[in-house]
Design a protein around this ligand. Structure first.
Ligand SMILES: O=c1ccn([C@H]2C[C@H](O)[C@@H](COP(=O)(O)OP(=O)(O)OP(=O)(O)O)O2)c(=O)[nH]1
Length: 153
């Protein structure tokens, strides 16, 4: 796969080892996360393998402990902040800047420093067959049961 680094600080997505499903995604500079929804641009554009898509996913450490960052009035003390990565899809034909969507539940902005691992990109094969309209589906043991044990008609 190919990557273009669009700024001096941009980082190549990297798997931590050969067993990692995801390529870690890093901040290309210090970035400010505002309350609410944010798009953090990674300053990279990518060309994925044919028939694959990239899933931008959270890292579990941040999901459970909060995102690593710094208060603006205390920029030397690393803290955890209540903010989550929202899952996104990078299409095979997308050539724009890859971004990570972060929703912050904090009341104040906070800073994530350069080179911080903020998300991971899992590249997967996708199935592109179209949906065919039919009047009936094949039967299964589960049938319509889903969402716990709710029955749907
Ligand atoms: O977390 C994300 C989500 C999306 N994208 C980029 C890549 C993706 O190929 C493009 C479009 O995303 P998507 O297809 O999900 O957006 P859409 O809302 O369906 O609109 P459109 O495709 O018209 O832009 O935005 C990212 O860089 N990061």
């Amino acid at each position: 796969m190919k990557v273009v680094l669009l700024s001096e600080g941009a980082m190549v997505p990297k798997r931590v080892n050969e067993f990692a499903a995801g390529y870690d995604l890093f901040t290309p500079k210090d970035v400010l996360v505002n309350p609410g929804r944010n798009m953090i641009l990674l300053d990279i554009s990518v060309e994925l393998d044919p028939q694959t898509e990239g899933e931008v996913r959270p890292c579990s450490g941040f999901s459970i402990k909060g995102m690593k960052g710094y208060s603006l009035n205390d920029p030397n003390t690393e803290k955890r902040f209540d903010a989550d990565v929202i899952i996104g899809t990078v299409d095979e034909d997308y050539r724009g800047i890859v971004g990570v969507i972060i929703k912050s539940f904090e009341k104040e902005p906070f800073l994530i420093k350069h080179k911080e691992k903020i998300a991971q990109l899992v590249v997967k094969k996708y199935v592109g067959t179209p949906f065919e309209i039919v009047s009936e589906l094949t039967t299964t043991d589960r049938g319509t049961k889903g969402f716990g044990q709710l029955e749907h008609q």
